[in-house]
Every structure is written in C-alpha cells, then in structure tokens.
Write a protein that binds this ligand. Structure first.
Ligand code: 5AD
Ligand code: SF4
Length: 442
C-alpha cells in the first residue's frame, strides 16, 4: 500500500514537471513516506527524517514532506516540534490532500522534479524531487540507495492499482485501522481507468491492492460490484495479461471468487494469504476470525480451483501468550498449507491495550523466528523443485527473466530477444536458490 501511495505522491510532482532523483544534492523536495506497522519501521523513518536536518541546512529553499502511517500516528505537531526543519506532514488518511499540498508549495508552473515510490511494502521510504535538468530516481529511507525502486511513471511490466483503503477489522496487534481508518472502496470506474492507463503505459500485470482486498464491494444503482466482478473486469482491460491482488483476508472468500479464479486464466495462480499463526488459541487472541482448519480449507479450495496455484503467507512469532506448543502449531502449518513463501515477523507492540506487551525476550523471539524461517525455506525449496519439468507461462520482466503465474521468478538460459511484458512458454529445468531456471520453448 505504501508503495502505491508513494507512486500517487510521485504523480503529483511529475505532473508539475518534476523528475524523480535519488541524488539529495540535486533535489528540490524530499518526501519521506513512512510506515509504522512495526516499531522498527517507525524507528527507521524517524532516523531518516533526522538525517535530513543537514540537507535542509545546505538547501534552505528545499522542501521536506513527511507522509504515511507513522506521520499519521505521531501527528504533525509532534513531528514538526521534533524536526522543525520539516515543511509539511501529511498523515496516511490524508493521502488525497497531497496534490493540493504540492500545488500550494510549487504551484502549477512546470518546474522539473518529482517524488515518491516504495518497494518491499513495509519499510519507510524517501523520495526526492529534482528539477528537470537533473537526474531522477527514488530512494529507500533505509539505505538511501535506489537500485530496487520502481520508476514513479509506470512503464514497467507490473503496476499497482489501489482498490480499497483502510481496514475495518480489528486484529489486536495491528495499527493499520487506527492510522488508515476503516475500509473504503474506490469506485470500479476509477480502478479500471487507472488499470487502463497503466496498461497503456506498458504494464501487463495489474496488482489490485487493499488491506482486505477481497472484501471489495462497491454499491452502484445497478447493484454491488464484487471483488469477483472487479477481477473479471480488470482482466478484460486491453493490454492486461495478468491480474494479481494483495492481500486478501481468509474471511472474505466466497464461491464467486473461486469461480472466477478457476475459470479466468488471466487471474494469477498465486494468493498471498496472511495467516499470522497456526495456533487456534493465538488466532483467537489476535481476533483473526478464523481457525487453523478454516484457513487450511481455504487453501484447499484455492488449490481445488487451480491445482498449480501457489500460496504464500505472513507469520507473526512471539505474540503475547504464544507458548512453545502454539509455536509448534505455526511450524507445522508451513508444511500442512504447502506455502511457497512467507514473510515472518517478530511481534512488535503497537498499541497500549492491556495484555499486549510482548512476553518473550528478544533472544526467544529470534530463536522462534530462526526456526520458522528454516522451516519455510525447506518447504519453499521442495515446492520449487516440484516445478521442474513443467512448462510454465512466463511474463518477461527482462529479456531473459520473468515470473510465472504462480509468482516464481524464472531465469532463462538465454536472451529471448523479446521485450519485457511478452508472455512466453518456458520449460523449467532446475532451481537456483529462490528462483527457477528455464528454457524457452515455442
Ligand atoms: N507486529 C509484527 N508484525 C505485524 N504485522 C502487522 N502488525 C504487526 C505487529 N504489531 C505484520 C502482519 C501483517 C503484515 C503486513 O505485517 O504479519 O500481515
Ligand atoms: Fe491489520 Fe488485521 Fe486489518 Fe490486516 S486485516 S490490516 S492485520 S487489522
């Protein structure tokens, strides 16, 4: 979500003639898009902002904007007091006001600079804006390096399109509903227009985004546009070869979804389905709204609809009260669900609610995290190996690499001579670390 927000902010700058840059020396404006989902992300954002003090001293005309979830949580007053050199703070709920803010600071005159973008989803990120005559790019706040960030103008193969904002669930550990507000759904015409614009700019894969994206339901006078409808309609946008979505919630799957998923080959055979824990006790304490068995049932339904589908997940280790037995349930869920990949996080306390202080020490958290990562790695490698010998459709991201519909990266044995965005068939010949090796077939 943050990455999509960064893109949106970047667009506000770009349309006024700005270009993106990773070179702070040449920037006219710096946007730090912050995350607060875990304490570490917030800490990174804070230290990133702190480092801009020197930049502002050397660029008194330059503007510094702090955006995103940590900005929402900490508040403009707090941030401006703590960092008086910051020009404006825009919380995550006010993303719609970014354009007006850029207008206020820079006006409509064509200048020549740019803004935001983010990879990795969960980390804070900084974008810098520079005048037209200067080079342009985007940087992550963690490293101030640019190498893995997307260009803000979407000409790459894969493009994010926000379908919903906020979240109306109340998982106990999560700060998202507080900083992003309740769920709201974008009108389907807006989503489809954005998908069409991005496809026209070269994107072949659209990733529909939302905290509980499969809860999508938009009321119109003619009836409700469901998530299944949205998937079908997005897949029919000219130029779109694949549609992904992130992240669905186990509570919102229905028969319509499984029907579209089964019948529409453009819907990627990949579902990132956060589970958080394999223990019923912990799932209940987290207020996730499903049991381990219900989660596994959904995974089974995904595979029933598309046997070749891959499922990945998010786990939190060390939730308050998580016993060794609970943790073992999480470990055993990895093989039981056959997930291809997982983001694993140590519990980070985000609210003051009682009973939510971590009760495991850092060493125990690390120990559980290590065991879980090892289990995920072992299973991922088995799953990758099972793909050997298959013929897979690969959406090229470079001349010699791309992704399968199930989201596995394939490195081809030679350059195809084809443009990124082309769909090719490849025989999977082997596995190398986390990726598949493939040979181009006709
Ligand atoms: N501590 C650790 N991980 C968290 N996540 C959300 N809140 C927390 C927290 N307080 C993780 C969840 C979620 C992902 C986006 O971040 O796994 O799916
Ligand atoms: Fe947070 Fe739960 Fe909503 Fe996900 S579903 S954003 S974890 S409250």
């Amino acid at each position: 979500m943050n990455e999509a927000d960064s893109e949106l902010m970047a667009a506000s700058f770009i349309k006024r003639g700005f270009k993106l840059t990773d070179d702070l020396k040449r920037a006219d404006a710096v946007v730090v898009n912050t995350c607060t989902v875990r304490q570490r992300a917030e800490d990174k954002a804070i230290s990133q902002i702190g480092r801009l003090r020197v930049w502002k001293k050397n660029h008194p005309e330059g503007k510094i904007f702090i955006a995103g979830c940590a900005a929402q949580k900490l508040g403009g007053k707090h941030l401006k007091n703590r960092f008086p050199f910051v020009d404006e703070v825009i919380g995550a709920k006010d993303i719609d006001k970014v354009d007006a803010m850029v207008e206020l600071f820079f006006g409509t005159t064509q200048r020549g600079s740019a803004a935001a973008g983010q990879r990795g989803g969960y980390e804070p990120q900084e974008s810098t804006a520079a005048r037209q005559q200067d080079s342009a790019a985007v940087t992550t706040s963690a490293s101030l390096s640019t190498d893995h960030l997307p260009p803000a103008t979407v000409s790459n193969v894969s493009a994010y399109v926000t379908a919903m904002r906020g979240c109306s669930l109340k998982c106990t550990y999560c700060i998202v509903p507080e900083v992003r507000g309740p769920a709201s759904y974008l009108p389907p015409e807006e989503i489809l227009a954005e998908a069409a614009a991005k496809a026209a700019a070269g994107a072949r894969e659209i990733i529909l985004l939302g905290q509980t994206v499969n809860a999508y339901a938009y009321k119109t006078p003619a009836g409700v546009v469901s998530f299944a409808d949205l998937l079908s309609r997005t897949s029919a946008v000219p130029g779109v070869s694949r549609v992904r979505f992130m992240s669905p919630h186990p509570l919102y799957f229905n028969a319509d979804f499984f029907r579209v998923f089964r019948d529409n080959p453009k819907i990627a055979r990949y579902v990132h389905l956060p589970v958080q824990s394999g223990s019923d006790r912990i799932l209940k304490a987290m207020r996730r709204g499903y049991t381990r068995t219900e989660y596994l049932d959904i995974v089974a339904k995904i595979r029933e609809a598309a046997p070749e589908a891959a499922v990945s997940t998010d786990f939190i280790v060390g939730y308050p009260g998580e016993s060794e037995a609970d943790f073992k349930e999480t470990l055993s869920l990895v093989a039981a669900s056959g997930i291809s990949f997982a983001y694993c996080f140590k519990y980070s306390q985000r609210t003051d609610a009682e009973g939510l202080a971590p009760d495991l020490g850092e060493a125990e958290m690390e120990e559980r995290l290590g065991r879980l990562l090892a289990e995920v790695k072992k299973n991922s490698s088995d799953i990758l190996n099972k793909r050997i010998g298959r013929i897979e459709e690969v959406l090229l991201e470079t001349e010699d690499s791309g992704r399968t519909s199930a989201n596995f990266i394939v490195r081809l044995d030679r350059k195809t001579g084809l443009k990124p965005g082309s769909l090719i068939q490849a025989e999977i010949t082997g596995v190398s670390k986390n990726t598949l090796k493939g040979r181009l077939t006709l």
